[in-house]
Design a protein around this ligand. Sequence first.
Ligand code: UD1
Length: 338
Amino acid sequence: MKKILITGGAGYIGSHTAVELWNAGMEPIILDDFSNSQVEVLDRLEEITGKRFVFYRGDCSDKTLLHEIANAHQIQGVIHFAAFKAVGESTQSPLIYYKNNVGSLVILLEFMQEKGIKDLVFSSSCTVYGQPDVLPVTEATPRKEAESPYGNTKKIGEDILVDFVKSKAGVRVVALRYFNPVGAHPSAKIGELPIGTPQNLVPFITQTAAGIREKLTVFGNDYDTPDGSCIRDYIHVVDLADAHVKALHFLTDQPLNFYDVFNVGTGRGNTVLEVIHAFEAVNNLTLPYEIGPRRAGDVVKTWADTKKINQVLGWFPAYDLDACMRDSWRWQQFLMKG
Ligand code: UD1
């Protein structure tokens, strides 16, 4: 069975990807320092898959540990999730973001080269496009100057990978530019675990519905969109996880020194108000919300052109917005029971 190292494998997207890898006949080897995840995730993964995954606790920039893992397991590919992702925090502590997100990537690439591990899937973000001039946004759309240190770490990460591949380092790399990951595993055993007050829309919605937050504030309803609220492309986390599996399969058929990038979104944009109303309708709930001022730095509208990932990776999303809202709410309910 092909062994794939997943850095950040106990996290939100990493844990779902571990399940999909296993379902596709590959064995995830998880490395996580629990800086934004919890040890219980390992039990939940076992409940879902029936398999206790190999797990290492530690920092993915610990080269000694990486070698220890590779000496114990024949790693054939890496999916690199481990990174910080809070936009606001990154503006307050940029060096922590550069050190963690950029520094760890460099060390991981050195390690891959030392061990002759060829295949890497890298977590990038649609944040590299900023506010695109033309929609939907294709992979050929020029990237914009990053709005935050977090966004810049993703952009720099892509640049490092391009240069590394150009140097004939003997690797094959796919960067996936995620749009807005939401939802949770349909089993409701794993999902997003926001620490403190959620900054992202969907965790804030579910916590408000749960009574943890008094009400949701919609950040602006006077934008140039059909109902005035911002538009995003919300992608179910299980579909996103599946994109990583498809990317790994694709990489094995590519020549060495290969790099490519794919958008991962549904191709549909939804406004904040549409998301709220979908959540209310599918879960039969009323969500307390108010319209507030715009949030500084928000992109007004963005959604993916998905032709490339559809055609080249043969990847298509299976879940719609209603399924995202149903699964997000089921996960929140599971968290409250726990
Ligand atoms: C944000 C980042 C993005 C990053 C992602 C990581 C910005 C501009 N973008 O994405 O770079 O990759 O987080 O998690 O910061 N909203 C509300 N009320 C809320 C929360 C959000 O109305 O309480 C709205 C926002 O204005 C936005 C939409 O919901 O229109 C989605 O927001 P969010 O979930 O924070 O994601 P992004 O801003 O798209």
